[in-house]
Design a protein around this ligand. Structure first.
Ligand SMILES: [Zn+2]
Length: 380
């Protein structure tokens, strides 16, 4: 086969694998669809000789780990998640190809990347049986990764020399740092009263609003005066109010309780402890702050060989970038495992017209293949 044919057949295999997976609505509310997606992956992988497929489960979230026989801790671990976010249109889980892109929910986050990793596993283990390369696929990244990568690494004891997670950065942008995260609920108590006689009560919503305004004003002091440009001046702490609730359902009753959820992101030198202290002080006494999820800012320590392979394949300079969002990479970093975080060209993530660029999928496949063959000294 000529190399043009190789290129075209790889493109079409990656495209159909991705589009087949998009049809499976593997969201949080559909456990049976997530199971079906794992079955689909198994069928694509179990024909490759010499591979062992292990399934794990925690709190209804399945994971699949694929390794060569006799290899518990592969040197290179490809890692992804098959869960996609929920869409309001229940029959929106299909795709179309236009302008060299696959459009559809989960195409770029990250079923297209899973297709690439499955193809890589099959090709590498066919040509280099026993190569120290594994694959881990989880199903709870969009809700924090506690039952997926965290469980595999902390509880099952999965280890590797380096993890490749194609869920951040871009083709020539390798993520080196991620902000820390605090998801917390702020609850304010008050005293119920009739809406016509506010002097008899204490309005929980109004008291909470004052605290949230103080919090907003405080975080505004970190905000640069120039318009924000990613990679230029985005590296500062932020606080977003994402939920605001009261149990009150009556128009003329002053509520006795109100709560809000905040999503706080912060770079070093801040850490979870210092940030919580800061927030507690600004909120002041008389309300409670309950953390729902926390993560320290993470340095990913990518392998320099990965950026070399990226440069070799693309012929372009590689940028080391800082991400406002987090990834499953932090769970590997807790055990000192380096993480290579870049990905094909993607866009409109988490919307119905999410896309992944097909040509860049082939390029990303080649980058990973080059990196793995270099790192493991396999012949090309
Ligand atoms: Zn993702």
């Amino acid at each position: 086969m000529s190399s043009t044919n190789d290129h075209e057949s790889l493109k079409s295999r990656l495209t159909s694998l991705t589009r087949d997976m998009i049809l499976i609505a593997s969201t949080e509310s559909r456990p049976e669809e997530r199971t079906r997606c794992f079955e689909f992956l198994r069928h694509h992988l179990d024909a490759t000789e010499g591979l062992r497929l292990d399934s794990y489960e925690r709190n209804g979230h399945q994971s699949l780990v694929v390794r060569p026989h006799g290899c518990d801790s592969p040197d290179v671990l490809l890692c992804g998640h098959l869960d996609v976010i929920e869409h309001s249109e229940p029959d929106g889980y299909h795709s179309h190809v236009e302008d060299g892109r696959i459009y559809g929910p989960g195409s770029g986050d990250m079923k297209g990347q899973i297709a690439i990793m499955v193809e890589l596993m099959r090709a590498l283990h066919r040509h280099h049986p026993g190569a120290s390369v594994g694959l881990a696929v989880t199903s709870d990244e969009e809700r924090g990764g506690a039952d997926g990568v965290r469980f595999l690494v902390d509880d099952v004891g999965l280890r590797c020399g380096v993890a490749i997670i194609p869920d951040g950065g871009s083709l020539c942008d390798i993520t080196v740092e991620e902000k820390g995260v605090i998801h917390a609920r702020i609850t304010q108590a008050g005293r119920e009263a009739h809406g016509a006689r506010p002097w008899l009560g204490e309005n929980a919503i109004e008291r909470l609003m004052l605290r949230l305004t103080r919090l907003g004003n405080h975080f505004a002091t970190y905000w640069p005066s120039e318009p924000i440009d990613e990679q230029v001046n985005h590296w500062f702490p932020t606080c977003s109010i994402t939920l605001c609730e009261t149990e009150n359902t009556t128009v003329n009753r002053i509520p006795s309780r109100a709560s809000a959820v905040v999503d706080i992101r912060f770079p070093p030198p801040h850490d979870v402890a210092s940030m919580l202290e800061e927030v507690t002080e600004i909120l002041g006494p008389g309300c409670t702050l309950e953390t729902l999820m926390t993560a320290e800012p993470t340095h990913l320590a990518p392998d320099p060989l990965f950026s070399e392979a990226t440069k070799e394949i693309t012929g372009k300079d590689v940028a080391m970038v800082r991400a406002s969002g987090g990834s499953d990479g932090r769970f590997f970093r807790d055990h000192g495992i380096p993480v290579n975080l870049s990905r094909p060209l993607v866009g409109n993530l988490h919307s119905i017209d999410e896309w992944i660029d097909i040509e860049s999928m082939v390029t990303y496949y080649r980058i990973c293949k080059r990196y793995i063959t270099n790192r493991l000294s396999l012949d090309r």
